[in-house]
Design a protein around this ligand. Structure first.
Ligand SMILES: C[S@@+](CC[C@H](N)C(=O)[O-])C[C@H]1O[C@@H](n2cnc3c(N)ncnc32)[C@H](O)[C@@H]1O
Length: 224
């Protein structure tokens, strides 16, 4: 698997050493609060870039959304299957990725987790994305990669596709990320060329960080 992109190596170390303070088995409060406002159809297939082994995967699938998660580190994906008490059935991969699929169950839609580099995801691989959810994905990336991320997301979404993005700001002056501080101005600069943006709300926590929820809707045409 290619991992040469800037900043990728640290993630293998973090997962190996268990430095995953960002992880929660429970649904993110901002997802639970704002997702229903987006009016996304319950059967819509949701892309989760840089998905980790987040409890949000299960939450979305329980609401009927087939989930497509993309995660660099296989141990994270393995962790998700372990948390579900499931084996890891491998499926036909897409080029450059390993694919693991948890089939649909009575009360949960199918979950597909692709192990590989999000930046290698091609838009034309015939897998429609109906919606997306970014929690701690953009803000996991250094500044130099964020423009590429925003453009790749735009390439993967056809016009009208909506998503929820959660950014973070914090009180400290020095940005030692990840998570990196991504200001509202940067969010606008990155996404406004290709998405209609709406700032939905913010949620401070007791670590001096404030999560900010954004609704994004893909515009047309694509501007590079
Ligand atoms: C801050 S964590 C957030 C994980 C998850 N979204 C959550 O909310 O728990 C960022 C994740 O992105 C993964 N990652 C980093 N760079 C990546 C890349 N280029 N492609 C795919 N995954 C990546 C890391 O391994 C890590 O699991």
């Amino acid at each position: 698997m290619a991992s040469s992109d800037q900043g990728s190596e640290q993630w293998f170390d973090r997962w190996r050493e268990g430095r995953i303070g960002f992880h929660s088995d429970s649904v993110q409060p901002m997802l639970a609060r704002y997702w229903p406002l987006l009016g996304i159809a319950s059967h819509a297939r949701v892309l989760l870039p840089l998905c980790g082994k987040s409890g949000d995967i299960h939450w979305l699938a329980q609401r009927g959304h087939p989930v497509l998660g993309v995660e660099l580190v296989e141990a994270a994906v393995q962790g998700w299957f372990e948390a579900q008490g499931e084996a890891r059935p491998q499926a036909d991969p897409r080029p450059g990725f390993e694919r693991f699929v948890s089939p649909a169950q009575t009360k949960r839609a199918e979950v597909t987790l692709d192990v590989g580099n999000f930046f290698h995801l091609e838009a034309d691989q015939g897998e429609a994305i109906d919606a997306f959810y970014d929690r701690a994905a953009l803000i996991a990336l250094p500044e130099t990669a964020r423009q590429r991320y925003a453009l790749r997301l735009a390439e993967l979404c056809r016009p009208g596709v909506e998503g929820l993005l959660i950014s973070v700001v914090r009180d400290e002056r020095r940005d030692q990320g990840p998570p990196y501080v991504v200001t509202d101005e940067e969010i606008q600069r990155l996404f406004a060329p290709n998405f209609v943006l709406e700032r939905l709300g913010e949620q401070p926590d007791d670590r001096g960080m404030t999560d900010i929820a954004w609704r994004l809707r893909r515009k047309t045409p694509l501007s590079c």
